[in-house]
Every structure is written in C-alpha cells, then in structure tokens.
Design a protein around this ligand. Structure first.
Ligand code: NAD
Length: 361
C-alpha cells in the first residue's frame, strides 16, 4: 500500500517522540512491503514563531491531502503569556475543526508488568482494557449563546449553552457500537439523563440504536457513577461513549490509571475520508509537550508509537500491522524495557526504548 503520512512534531518532546515513531512506521513499511511517504508541517508554538499562526494554512492543506496525521504535542513556557494573541493550543482546536474530527478515541490498557506504576491497588487495576469514545465538536464547549450579561441589579450572569443535535448524537453512538464489535461488545453509554435534556435525547438514541446491534450489551451509566466505577472497578468497562464535557473529564481520570502520561495513545477521527476511503484521522499521544524533560532524549515514545498503531488500523486499514506494533510494545515492556518515567534504575533513552520495540517487531 502507498500512504501519505503528515507528521506535525510540534513543541517540547513532540519532535523526539514523533521521530522515534517515524522509525517504527518505516520499519512496518519495510517489513510488510508498504510505501509510506512522510511529510512534515508546523503546528503550535514553533508555527507561531515561524509564521505568526498556530496552524498555518500550509499545514491545513498538507493535512487535507494526507491519508493520516501524526502529531507530537504543542505548547510550552515560551508561549504561555496569557496576553498573547495566539496560543499553541489554538492550533489543536483549529486542526480538529479543519479536519471535522468529531470523535476522540482513547484506549486505556494496563500492562500487568506496569501495574506497580498505577495509583490504584494491583487487584483493582488488573485486566483494565477499555476504550473511551468522546464526542468532540458539540455540547457545552461550542453551544451558543456563550456570554456574560449584566443584570438589572448591576450583577453579572455567565451563560454557556449545552446543545446537541440528533445527527451529532447518532454518529458518535454508532461509532461506539461499531468499535465495540471488535472488542468485548459492551457499550457503556454515559449520560446525566436524570437531570439533562440533552442526556435524555442521548439515552433515547442509544436505546434505539442498540436494536441494530443485537450482539452488543448496552448499559446506561450516569456520569457520576461512571466516575466512581473508573476507580473502583475499571476492568468491567469495555467501551464508554459520552458527550464532550463528560468525556473531557473522564478521559483524564482514565489516563491516570496507567501511571504515566507517556504511555497512552489517542485518535481523533471524523467524516472526511482519505484516499483509502477510510477516516482521515489525527493521531497523538495524550501527553503534552513535557517541557521539564524536553531536549533530554528521555521521553517515553510508547504513547506516540501506540498512536501510530491506531493510525495504521483506523486510517489505513492495516490491522495486522497495527497488531504487530502493539505486540512489539507489549513484548518490550514484558522484557523490562523502561524509560525514566517508569523506573529509577537503568532507564532507557527514547532512542533505546524505540530500539527495544523495533527488535520485537
Ligand atoms: P505534560 O503532559 O506535558 O506533562 C505532565 C508530566 O508528565 C510532566 O512531568 C512530564 O515530564 C510527564 N510526561 C509527559 N509526557 C511524557 C513522556 N512522553 N515521557 C515521560 N514523561 C512524560 O503536561 P503539562 O506539563 O501540564 O503541559 C506542558 C505543556 O503541554 C503545556 O504548554 C500544555 O498546554 C501543553 N499540552 C499540550 C497537549 C497537546 O499537545 N495535546 C496536551 C496537554 C498539555
């Protein structure tokens, strides 16, 4: 297969982890006889420095013509001035909008040999392997009006609007049901239907859609209960699907279960199709630019490498290749390979960790 992959390294450790991941993708191409063409673009702080924009037009054009985009991270103290006109994170929001990415997928898997790194007890964390599907473009963060009003008594009222359209709810729920089919086939639809009208609409559509997926078990879980279950019995979850704000909070809660920010991947996909007829997705580790360790060559590349595995699966349809990358990561961890975020002794550099993973590919 020929595929075009755009790499947006970004800031801080972004260039280090994307460079490591490019080596893995090159190895996959060679081993499975594919031809991947890589191009690079600017996003975030480095893009602001070079062009004044966190997402230059050239990057948008390159992304639109790519089959998939691999992103490192954006941001850092250099661009933290609250008075700045443009911030690195604006680039992230803008690329999500430009590529119409409505779904964020975050798999959370705990490797038995890393259970010690989790803040939870080993017996609670054992067997955790779930996927959070978060709606990304609707709800409270985008609903209008969003404003401050001065009341007749001179006081101030702030308003945000929580609005969901039927098509937004239906497409994200459908995606969750489809993804569950290749897993344990249990969908937990997370809402607040006891209070919110948008959640009642959500629950109605989830129930209706479940009829099209008779092999899938649908559970309705209130968001407060979901937050509790994530720390009490996280291994019971398979696929959680939820709206934007709930997803924002629950994905961060879920991320800490594994013990290091450097381990987890993510994918954002939408309705735009690539040259393979598959979703043109944006793939990135969940961590930020980690300015405290940037430039030292010690960042954990696993989150980005696993993001590349998601890229292979979701945007290129290369399932065996994706499995091979995930198995290689697992084998390297089993063998004891650890970067500094996971061990105090004998820590591997980013390049050495990547070498270990490549040796199992
Ligand atoms: P962070 O994720 O960058 O770092 C949090 C902690 O995790 C740090 O101690 C860091 O060293 C560690 N860490 C992160 N990635 C690691 C890796 N690959 N290997 C080893 N350790 C790793 O979060 P932060 O410090 O809150 O934010 C730093 C900057 O990143 C900020 O400017 C923030 O706005 C930005 N940010 C960007 C994204 C993104 O690009 N998607 C996400 C979150 C934060």
């Amino acid at each position: 297969m020929n595929a075009r992959i755009l790499i947006l390294a970004g800031d801080g450790v972004g260039p280090e982890v994307t460079q490591a991941t490019k080596r893995v993708l090159e190895h996959v191409a060679q081993k499975f006889s594919h031809s991947f063409t890589f191009s690079e673009g600017l996003i975030g702080g480095c893009a602001i420095d070079a062009t004044g924009s966190a997402l230059p037009e050239a990057t948008v054009k390159a992304a639109e013509t790519a089959d998939a985009v691999l992103l490192g991270a954006v941001g850092g103290p250099k661009w933290d001035d609250p008075k700045a006109k443009t911030r690195p994170e604006d680039g992230l929001l803008a690329i999500r909008k430009a590529l119409k990415l409505y779904a964020n997928l975050r798999p959370v898997k705990v490797y038995p040999e890393l259970a010690y790194a989790s803040p939870l007890k080993p017996e609670i964390i054992a067997g955790v392997d779930f996927l959070v599907v978060r709606e990304l473009t609707g709800g409270l963060y985008f609903g209008q009006p969003k404003e401050r009003r001065t009341r007749a008594d001179g006081g101030t009222t702030a308003v945000d609007t929580l609005e969901y359209h039927d098509y937004e709810v239906q497409r994200i729920l459908k995606l969750a049901f489809e993804l569950a089919a290749s897993r344990r086939n249990i969908v937990a639809s997370v809402d607040k239907a006891n209070v919110l009208e948008t959640s009642r609409l959500w629950r109605e559509y989830a129930t209706a859609l479940a009829k099209d997926y008779p092999a899938t078990t649908l559970q309705h879980v209130l968001v407060d209960t979901a937050a509790m279950r994530l720390v009490m019995s996280p291994s019971h979850f398979d696929v959680l699907v939820t709206e934007n704000t709930f997803g924002d909070i629950l994905t961060d809660e879920a991320a800490v279960l594994v013990g290091s920010m450097g381990l987890l991947p993510s994918a954002s996909i939408g309705e735009v199709k690539n040259s393979k007829g598959l979703p043109l997705g944006l793939y990135e580790p969940i961590h930020g630019s980690a300015p405290d360790i940037a430039g030292k060559g010690i960042a954990n590349p696993v989150g980005t490498i696993l993001s590349a595995a998601m890229l292979l699966r979701h945007s290129l349809g290369l399932v065996s290749e994706a499995d091979a990358v995930e198995n290689a990561v697992e084998a390297a961890l089993k063998e004891g390979a650890r970067t500094a975020d996971l061990t105090k002794a004998d820590a591997l550099s980013t390049a050495q960790m990547t070498d270990k993973i490549l040796s199992h590919l």
